[in-house]
Design a protein around this ligand. Structure first.
Ligand SMILES: C[S@@+](CC[C@H](N)C(=O)[O-])C[C@H]1O[C@@H](n2cnc3c(N)ncnc32)[C@H](O)[C@@H]1O
Length: 384
């Protein structure tokens, strides 16, 4: 069994529910194998059990504060808790695109599990954790609890090919529902596990605001906010994404939900080129760019990029219109995002009032003691 000891006194944070220990907080030399590990405090007393990833600066993630190592029944109970919480929260006949396990927030650090109808996609944060966690066991437990056909293990982007863990090889596009809206998740080649489930509630806000308005969805991906706007009765919806595949999927989703063809226009192009010379003409502009900060060291540059793109987008908002700004980067915290929003609106020579500040939905919980995991920011602003 791997044993680690704290060099820094972060025991109090861990006891309060913060699940992370960075490499710099651990006594050297570090074990040269990854796996389940016990963590001792600075004085050598037993503190926690968890998963150790020797290749990551985020070396240790807490699974349990018990004296005994986590048993299968301990993990089984965590899983049942996670699934029953979703079961109580969602009406499966209307929403069957659900994050069933959200890593640290559900007691499975580094693991996510997304359900799309009768297919489940598992993903771990990095290659090592896919071997430390017994994903086959997890897949079987999930299949026992949910009525599903297949479980797919999908590595993060660029880290290998997906493989079927249980059942038949699922098709490329898996149909699912979100608040009654029909969607396809491209689970094999699409971004993340195939869809951005975390914007579900924010899409509902755009839907509620869209009646008779013209809506511009920048960085649209497969049209999450576009379809919501169409369903909310938008006068005209424009989607822009650099990926042709994303725009084609967007059009497909529009048709699948029986929205009038002539009300949607999709542009497979760079947002910056699209925005050139648009003028203040859209009554709602949604901006949900990719994460510009891949690590902490890129934060400053990322803040500049967000400010630039948000300012350009603000310039396209009609007088009195709505600007919805979002970021999924965990390295850009809430305070940084607030500053980015203020700076970008001001850079566009506009002023704004806050209509609503939102984040991730209920199937993306995080430990209270770990605000770093409050990763999704969504600001709904009304411009002057
Ligand atoms: C976070 S995702 C958007 C998710 C979307 N809002 C949803 O709810 O499904 C970011 C998208 O930005 C696109 N993208 C990245 N750089 C771009 C650029 N310069 N111009 C246009 N689209 C871009 C990516 O292809 C990706 O689909």
């Amino acid at each position: 069994m791997i044993s680690l000891q704290l060099k820094k006194d972060v025991s109090r944070d861990i006891k309060r529910g913060h699940p992370w220990v960075y490499k710099g907080a651990l006594k050297m030399p570090l074990p040269q194998t990854s796996g389940w590990a016990k963590l001792l405090d600075k004085q050598g007393q037993m503190l926690a059990w968890g998963v150790y990833d020797m290749a990551s600066p985020l070396s240790f993630r807490v699974v349990s504060l018990d004296k005994k190592p986590p048993s299968q029944s301990f993990l089984q109970k965590k899983l049942v808790d996670a699934l029953s919480f979703r079961d109580a929260w969602f009406d499966i006949s209307q929403t069957n695109g659900i994050r069933c396990i959200h890593g640290e927030g559900d007691g499975f650090p580094g693991v996510i599990c997304d359900r799309y109808g009768d297919v489940v996609v598992l993903q771990t944060d990095g290659q090592t954790l896919s071997t430390v966690w017994d994903v086959e066991w997890l897949a079987h437990q999930i299949q026992k609890q949910l009525q599903i056909k297949s479980v797919l293990m999908k590595p993060q982007k660029g880290k290998g090919e997906p493989r079927t863990l249980i059942g038949e090889r699922p098709s490329e596009s898996v149909e699912f529902l979100e608040n009654g809206t029909r969607w396809l998740a491209d689970i094999w080649k699409g971004q993340k596990t195939g869809f951005f489930l975390d914007q579900r509630k924010n899409r509902e806000m755009i839907k509620a605001l869209s009646k008779r308005r013209s809506v511009l969805n920048l960085f649209s991906y497969t049209g999450g906010f576009s379809i919501a706007a169409g369903q909310g009765g938008a006068r005209q919806v424009t989607s822009v994404d650099i990926s042709r595949f994303a725009i084609e999927s967007c059009q497909r989703h529009w048709e699948m939900n029986s929205l009038p063809q002539k009300l949607h226009q999709g542009y497979a192009m760079n947002v910056f080129e699209f925005l050139e010379g648009q003028g203040e003409k859209f009554e709602i502009v949604v901006v949900d760019p990719p994460s510009f900060a891949s690590s902490k060291s890129h934060t400053e540059k990322a803040m500049m990029s967000y400010t630039h793109v948000f300012a350009q987008a603000a310039k396209a908002v009609a007088p009195g219109g709505i600007l919805a700004l979002s970021s999924c980067s965990s390295h850009i915290n809430f305070e940084m995002f607030y500053k980015i929003s203020v700076d970008s609106v001001s850079k566009a020579r506009r002023r704004a009032r806050v209509i609503s500040i939102q984040g991730q939905p209920e199937d993306h919980p995080f430990p209270l003691a770990c605000p770093e995991l409050r990763y999704l920011k969504f600001f709904l602003l009304q411009l002057d």
